[in-house]
Ligand binder design. Sequence first.
Ligand code: C2E
Ligand code: CA
Ligand code: CA
Length: 719
Amino acid sequence: MRYDRPTPGLSQLSIRRKLLLLVLLFMCSILATATLAAYLHRADLIDARKDEIRSIVETVGGQLSELQARFGAHMIDQSTLMERTHALLDNARYRQNGYLFLLNSDGLMISNAGRPELEGESINNLRDSRGVTLIQTLLDQIQGRDTVFWSYRWAISESGQLSDETDKVSYVMRIPGSNWLLGSGVHIGDIDQQVMQRLLTLAILTLALLLATAGLALAVARNITDPINQLALATRRLADGTLETDIAGAERSDEVGALARSIGVLQEQAQENRRLRKLSEHARFLEEFDPVTRLYNRQALGEALEREITRQEQHDSRMAVLVIRLVLLREIATRWGREHAQSVLKEIVDRLRHQLRVDDLLARHGEDTLTLVRPEVGSDAALRTLLRDILDTIAQPVSINNQPYSLHGRIGVSLYPEDGEQEFQLIGRAEEALRAARQEEREWVWFNSLSSAPVDQRLSLWQDIQVALEQDQFYLVFQPIFQLTSNQPVTAEVLLRWRHPEKGLISPAVFIPFAEQTGLVKRIDRWVIQAVARQFEQWSKRGLALPELAVNLSGISFLRPDLEQILREAFEGRPELLKHLELELTEGVLIEDMERIHSQIDRVRQLGAKVSIDDFGTGYSSLSRIRNLNVDRIKIDRSFIDDIETSTQCCKIIEAILHMAHGLRLQVIAEGVENENQLHELRQMNCDLVQGYLLSRPLERQDYERLLEQDLEIDVDMA
Ligand code: C2E
Ligand code: CA
Ligand code: CA
């Protein structure tokens, strides 16, 4: 992240410093105010005392003037004058020790009520510490005036030399008609003492206030800066990628608390992001590689095979696709545990690797199957040698923890270009050959040998299916699919059943692949769609709440150009019922021309029907391919649900699928839920819908109708 250059100023200072600065400023202003108050108070006091002495001096001075006037007019004699003067001055004492003094301009102290010992004495030789004669300073200051405030320095001792000098101010007045000077003074020192006393009280109060302020500021600082520092530290840790930091202060109700809670939320988001990132990294890896063997997985193999086919086209050469089953590997897993089985598998894969050519492609095909693609395979004899070598390698005992395990292999073979020119055909046919090898208990089967195999058997199946269509030997069963939030059977998968008059029930797993190979599946699928439409109509007439029904469509049926027409015709008259229909496409279809699939899906959805991807996770399509399709649901293949309890890897894949699907607003159905642990896990993982024997087997129509009427809830494991 880029930061602007810091501008000098307050933001450069830490909060603690800012608070300290504030307190300092506050203290200075308190001190300044106190000092100013003290100073003004002293000046006021001095002024008041000056006013006081002036008024006393002027009052008494007026009376003295009258006495002098009488004396001048000879109404009284000298002794009466002096007697009355003394009486006047003695009586004019004020406050506790305020008094008046009277002297003449020659420095003779005529009266001094406060210090009678000075009376009759001359103060001409009283000097201050600078050697200035006191009387002289008075005469200098009063010269040419009638009154003056006389400032001088005064001392208590009068032995010619002054000690303990203090500043004194006296108000002095000339008494008209005489050379008398009447005055009274105040000691500035007294006032200062008074001021000092008050100042001391003020100082104590101020100090207490300052201390309280400083204490409060410190407490505030600690209360704010400490948690903020901790939060800053926690945030720094978050930025450095340490996401498990404790974040203190979230319980506070002030701004710091809000900040802590926000950081807490950020931390949770960061943790969630990290979790998702790991998950998607993992999912990406899982998209290409099998984590156990580190071989290509089925999906990556599909893409590699596609590239290989393009290369073969240019060289005009022959290529073999081998699907290899490690017989007994599943049994080892069941008996000794998955770990053992994985070790055995790894060992065998390592051995096989040593035998391979650099241009061979080896991939993990399924739990106990591998796929080998050999380009430029050469003659049939060379291919047989390869098959023999592979089987020999697999048959060599493997020892894990001193325990020997013996497996054997079985291989289905298809050849490019004879058996198909597209990778899904080649793989599909090799798988078919492998199934045949198992049925016939053979070590290997070449697909091209299958077609030449019991022709009449295939022919009779072909005819039987046609007859079945005409004679209504097919019927539908319904397997409810439950919504995990409501525990309600909101939808059901429609599964086809064939009751053969002689052979009894034949599984769709047997006749559908055959019907797909022969193209008959188009007719079957159309029959199913029509039967479902009739069923809807019948239920709606009976007033039943209609569920959604999901119909399996083979790729061939889905891609035929008249699919839209088939749907319209089947729902003719009640097109609104189409919104209850869902079409299940196997993931294998998605390998075909994506543009065509896109537009076909859009057309079906415009009619109101839903589209879901069946057997998701087993095909060659990647998650990213689904992303661009406009489908409504995906059904996670049963094999993943099988492994939920034993494989954490598997859970991660399911979680990744769920996460991606929910991101795309798709619902996810888990199929093949057979026990409560699986159901519990799926519930934990937030799966939307579940289907499986645990909740309900596929039901005959009447049973399913009863369920619809009751609107039953599932009553297992709700924990
Ligand atoms: P599918 O589409 O994957 O259908 C689910 C299959 O799994 C059904 O088998 C169902 O009975 C079975 N199943 C459901 N729950 C569980 C469970 O908990 N455990 C186990 N082990 N199996 C469970 P079914 O009915 O034998 O169908 C097999 C396949 O045949 C279907 O696989 C589908 O591909 C195909 N099929 C069925 N009906 C039709 C149809 O009308 N048209 C087409 N084209 N294909 C169909
Ligand atoms: Ca299905
Ligand atoms: Ca399925």
